[in-house]
Design a protein around this ligand. Structure first.
Ligand code: ADP
Length: 438
């Protein structure tokens, strides 16, 4: 108990003692005690009244005059008020600085409630999304930006997803948006102007598409001549024959590389949605198995096929054929002689799946996240030996992406790898339904 409490108790005790003695002197103890108690109660009410008035007025800085425990209470509250005011000032300053910083940011920021109602935005956010102050505060962002892709992007609320679309205020600009939930039911929409990036990316794609197209014709001519020359029996010089053979091999490799580059460019540049024809996957896989047996040759791989004969897909047969054949040919190329390769085509609750497993060399775990990048190889020398272009898995990834499918890789060094393509249920079609559709 602090000093003021002890002093207060002593004062009250002193008051009651004086009242008691006076009561004894005048012969009315109860009356004097009652008057003293009422007096104390009156004092307490008086102070409570001032406290209430002071707190209600609020702006008056100085507390009411008093003494004893009440004096202490007033001083404590006054000190607390001053401390809060200082803290408030500091917070206002901080908020001001935060706003200045976000205003200066080149990226747009929009603060929204989880329901999509806009609370605040910075200058870049307002400019890129064409938001008007104050009428757009409190509006739903999806009511202002009427773009179906943007609507499903906001509804899905996936923090890792980035959506690119034409800026509402200027259709020549491309903006990228990303949604990050934070705090209690709030989300932050980050908006970036990616027009230049997209243009550079388009230039790169066009360059690769054009260069591979331009290279194909001279390469075809060269390969043709080399084919003729290597078959010419009049050339008897051993060294010359060997050189011609090597040139033929290398030109074939280059041709394959150019073909893969062209296919990848086509998949990347394709703006139209994927064709929705019915693809008879079991038949496609049977043909692929036969091709794989030919490539395997005297390496004698055991290639088994385990397919659901009634399971067909909606999609583009050429793109799916490229994706699946790359997986099967890789399995053959990266599995030692006599190894086993299993191709499985099946369905479950999550959709349709193609899995290609092998008992090959496997892939070290730290390569897995980058393996689908173009020209990424675990062992460059081995990939060259097998005639690989380093583009196979990039083609698989792009072709699957166009079918809303995903690639999963499970691998262990020395034991083998499994590549699984997961297709959504919407892409599946039953053989009998497929016949009707055709
Ligand atoms: P490449 O033409 O070199 O085969 P890919 O893009 O098809 O190019 O594959 C990239 C790399 O992934 C390959 O170089 C190889 O190192 C590795 N890889 C692909 N498939 C397999 C597999 N089934 N087993 C082991 N490694 C594989």
């Amino acid at each position: 108990m602090n000093n003021s409490w002890i002093a207060e108790i002593w004062s009250l005790a002193g008051l009651l003692l004086v009242a008691f003695i006076l009561g004894l002197v005048f012969g009315h103890v109860s009356l004097f005690m009652l008057v003293a108690t009422l007096g104390y109660l009156g004092w307490t009410f008086y102070n409570l009244y001032h406290l209430r008035r002071w707190l209600a007025i609020g702006r008056k800085y100085h507390p009411p005059d008093s003494f004893g425990i009440w004096g202490d209470i007033f001083t404590e509250i006054f000190r607390l008020q001053r401390r809060n005011k200082k803290r408030q000032k500091r917070l206002v300053k901080l908020l001001g600085r935060f706003r200045e910083t976000t205003e200066a940011m080149p990226d747009g920021v929009v603060v929204m409630q989880a329901s999509g109602v806009i609370e605040w935005w910075n200058e870049a956010g307002g400019r890129l999304l064409d938001l008007k102050y104050p009428q757009d505060v409190g509006q739903r962002l999806t009511n202002l930006i009427r773009n179906p892709e943007f609507l499903s992007f906001i509804e899905n609320n996936n923090r890792h997803e980035v959506l690119n679309f034409a800026a509402p205020a200027d259709k020549n600009k491309i903006i990228a948006v990303q949604l990050t939930p934070y705090g209690m039911d709030q989300s932050l929409l980050i908006v970036r102007d990616v027009t230049i990036l997209q243009r550079v990316e388009q230039i790169r794609r066009d360059f690769v598409a054009n260069i591979s197209h331009e290279l194909r014709t001279p390469l075809t001519v060269m390969s043709g001549f080399l084919e003729t020359l290597t078959g010419d029996d009049t050339i008897t010089d051993k060294n010359l024959r060997r050189s011609l053979e090597l040139m033929k091999q290398q030109s074939k490799r280059m041709y394959r590389l150019v073909e893969d580059l062209m296919l990848l460019s086509k998949l990347e540049n394709e703006q139209r949605p994927v064709k929705h024809e019915v693809v008879a996957v079991p038949q496609l896989l049977t043909t692929l198995r036969e091709e794989a047996m030919i490539i395997s040759g005297d390496r004698n791989h055991q290639i088994t096929l385990d397919v659901d004969l009634d399971l067909y897909l909606y999609g583009d047969s050429k793109e799916l054929d490229s994706a699946f054949s790359n997986l099967v040919i890789n399995a053959v190329n990266y599995t030692p002689t006599g190894g086993a390769i299993n191709i499985r085509w099946y369905q479950d609750d999550t959709g349709a799946h193609l899995s290609v497993s092998d008992t090959g060399i496997g892939i070290p775990p730290h390569h897995l996240s980058r393996i689908t990048e173009r020209f990424y190889r675990v062992d460059v020398a081995r990939s060259r030996e097998t005639g690989g272009s380093g583009l196979g898995l990039a083609i698989v990834k792009h072709a699957l992406g166009r079918h809303a499918a995903h690639l999963r890789i499970d691998s262990e060094v020395g034991r083998g790898s499994t590549f699984i393509c997961d297709f959504p249920p919407e892409a599946m079609v039953n053989k009998s339904e497929a016949r009707e559709a055709i």
